[in-house]
Design a protein around this ligand. Structure first.
Ligand code: GLU
Length: 444
């Protein structure tokens, strides 16, 4: 058995029931086969892959809080500190009922390679809880965040581990978490990113994941003789990533015709009116179906099916495994020629393979959505400097980072004889930097 296959078998055996983690590891290991085979003896002796797939540390804890009826609730809290070879652990916190240790290990593992691709000094981590913020009052969200941070504050720090937002964690939650960290430790430091602008946040961080996604999409299209201007785009999700991907795509001349949430999707043939979506999602914290109350010419469909809408470009920005083989085939059949992932691993392995085999342009999440964490690293730089950069300064840096990520993925794919396969390219390029640092730092 090859080293890569051996390690994958071990991961499955030693991490039972963690399907998403297995999936993320398999995709990376399959891409790395060529690189590993060329260095097999050296890597085996150093147990490099064994170390790469094992988180440095997982912290799991109880999160008790009191709901509005005076009832005590208990959730599970986690922080997966996956790899610190190239910098302090960095990655978001996810609050969603689906969160468990396996999901966070998959996200933490992806984060290691994503963060490496940004070119910035950040290791990989992820955390969160199975707490469901949907339908909770502000006070309940605050009570949860304070309890969560009371425990988490023992394990994080500006030079140690810097959490941020992810699904279910936006500006409100980061504010409550930051306040409690400060109270517990007495430190006013850049321990979280995605902070409000008045207390150490960075301009562009809110927009960064969505904008970055469209910057790298644009770069991929231009490198393949195509352009975004005039194209029809379907975006799934309607959270932070989806909203700002839509905004940037519209600014660059594309027409976004659909958005979704976990209940269903909207289709607006005239193009999504983003101010209405922002009012529903960012102000009212409502559901996407409310869009048709304001725009009666648009249609709302309950359930899945967003990928059956005809488009040139698809941007899955909702959640993991939201796009399967059948969806991929429907996209292709309807003329879609490019897919870039705003969410983490939104395409199943079968869908990813179909995109690659059918010659569609495909940019995987760990490259395409890296603009969020990259701008978080820029927020960390500003906090260390005790300065705040202008919107344009940060935006120019973000764009530069995304163009560089494209170049790295493109170059690595070409070097290993798989030109145009940005999945392999991103995995290899991300791996090279981490592995070099791990080898240099010895057996740790
Ligand atoms: N949750 C985002 C991600 O998946 C951002 C993490 C961060 O800014 O640290 O990359």
């Amino acid at each position: 058995m090859s080293y890569v296959d051996e390690i994958y078998a071990k991961v499955v055996e030693q991490n039972p029931g963690e399907a998403e983690f297995h999936q993320a590891v398999k995709e990376v290991l399959d891409s790395l086969k060529l690189v590993i085979d060329a260095n097999e003896e050296k890597y085996r002796k150093m147990a490099l892959l064994e170390r790469l797939v094992e988180p440095e540390r997982i912290i799991s804890f109880r999160v008790p809080w009191v709901d509005d009826n005076g009832q005590v609730q208990v959730n599970k809290g986690y922080r997966v500190q996956f790899n610190s070879a190239i910098g302090p652990y960095k990655g978001g916190l996810r609050l969603h009922p689906s969160v468990n240790q396996g999901i966070l290990k998959f996200l933490g593992f992806e984060q290691v390679f994503k963060n490496s691709l940004t070119g910035l000094p950040i290791g990989g981590g992820k955390g969160g809880s199975n707490f469901d913020p949907k339908g909770k009052s502000d006070r309940e969200v605050m009570a949860f965040c304070q309890s969560f941070m009371t425990e988490l504050s023992k394990y994080i720090g500006a030079d140690q581990d810097v959490p941020a937002g992810d699904i279910g964690v936006g500006a409100r939650e980061i504010g409550y978490l930051y306040g409690q960290y400060k109270r517990m430790t007495g430190l006013y430091e850049g321990v979280l990113t995605g902070k409000g602008l008045n207390y150490g946040g960075s301009l562009v961080r809110t927009q960064a994941t969505g904008y970055g996604l469209v910057y790298i999409l644009d770069e991929m299209l231009r490198n393949n003789g195509k352009e975004l201007n005039g194209k029809t785009v379907v975006v799934s999700g309607s959270g932070n990533v989806a909203i700002y991907a839509t905004e940037k795509a519209q600014q660059l001349g594309a027409k976004v015709v659909a958005l979704s949430d976990s209940n269903g999707y909207i289709y607006d043939k005239d193009g999504i009116k983003l101010d209405i979506v922002k009012e529903i999602k960012e102000v009212r914290r409502g559901r996407i179906k409310e869009y048709v109350d304001a725009v009666p010419t648009a249609a709302y469909t309950e359930g899945k099916g967003i990928w059956t809408i005809a488009c040139d470009i698809a941007l899955p920005c909702a959640t993991q495994n939201e796009l399967n083989l059948e969806d991929a085939k429907a996209l292709k059949a309807n003329g879609c020629f490019a897919v870039a992932e705003g969410a983490n691993m939104p395409s199943t392995r079968e869908a990813t393979d179909f995109f690659l085999e059918s010659g569609m342009l495909f940019m995987p999440g760990k490259a395409a959505n890296a603009g969020g964490v990259a701008t978080s690293a820029l927020e960390m730089s500003q906090n260390s400097q005790r300065l705040a950069w202008t919107f344009d300064e940060v935006d120019v840096k973000l764009k530069d980072i995304m163009v560089n990520i494209f170049a790295k993925a493109d170059d690595a794919a070409k070097r290993y004889g798989v030109a145009g396969n940005y999945v392999a390219g991103a995995n290899i390029a991300g791996f090279e930097k981490v592995v070099d640092a791990m080898m240099a730092q010895g057996i740790v």
